[in-house]
Design a protein around this ligand. Structure first.
Ligand SMILES: CC(C)(COP(=O)(O)OP(=O)(O)OC[C@H]1O[C@@H](n2cnc3c(N)ncnc32)[C@H](O)[C@@H]1OP(=O)(O)O)[C@@H](O)C(=O)NCCC(=O)NCCS
Length: 191
């Protein structure tokens, strides 16, 4: 068995769309109720690529079994050093350490790009949820809980917030050579 983590390509989007559709229909991590189309997933992918954000897939024996990306938390420019992660592992591949390996790769990519914080906004978050456990294993700490943030599959859901500092977090000034700062300044931002 061989496992590879690599950057996502447009050709991967059919499988990514399928994996996400399963999570939307059967899970509570995503607050979407209708699975997005392949076209919509492609537009989301392109927006992340244009912004320079990392988007990864994991393959096992040549088949994509999961994907993860780090995208903007909010659009306003003072948020430019913080990314929000998203990760989805195909049902048949869960619980085998793949999520952990993929999330570690996403943290490493986000670090290399110069982001300062990576956060998880975990739908239906609770102490035993796989996503909370996964983020704890990677060193994320808890930063809050929003009660009753969603209603899906006949019940109310809480959102758990977790966060990991990268590249010194808030202890150092912004790095002019980092990707988010270079893009911001290229658009005329003054910091
Ligand atoms: C959350 C998710 C990405 C984890 O990926 P995974 O490959 O199943 O997780 P791993 O096997 O790498 O396990 C990572 C850690 O999570 C914990 N974990 C995994 N599955 C779990 C489960 N069903 N219940 C509780 N904890 C679980 C384990 O503690 C594990 O740590 P370990 O090293 O001590 O075993 C995956 O389950 C998934 O896609 N879930 C649905 C979508 C989702 O919740 N995405 C996150 C959105 S923020």
């Amino acid at each position: 068995m061989s496992m590879t983590i690599r950057h996502a390509l447009p050709a991967d989007l059919d499988r990514i769309t399928e994996i996400y559709a399963d999570a939307v229909l059967n899970g509570t991590a995503s607050y979407e109720l209708e699975p997005p189309t392949r076209t919509e997933m492609g537009e989301r992918f392109e927006a992340l690529m244009e912004g320079g954000y990392p988007y990864l897939v994991v393959e096992r024996d040549g088949a994509i079994i999961g994907y993860a990306y780090a995208g903007p938390f909010r659009a306003r420019p003072a948020y430019r050093f913080i990314v929000e992660d998203s990760i989805y592992i195909a049902p048949e591949a869960k619980g085998a350490g793949i999520g952990k390996a993929l999330m570690q790769a996403l943290v490493d990519e986000s670090t290399a790009l110069g982001f300062r914080q990576i956060i998880a906004v975990i739908g239906d978050g609770h102490a035993d949820s796989a996503s909370v456990r996964l983020h704890e294993k990677l060193g994320f700490h808890h930063t809050g809980r929003m009660e009753g943030s969603g209603y899906k599959h006949g019940r109310w859901l809480d959102t758990v917030f977790m966060q990991l500092a990268l590249n010194g977090g808030a202890t150092l000034p912004p790095d002019p050579g980092s990707m988010p700062e270079r893009r911001f300044r290229a658009k005329g931002g003054q910091g």
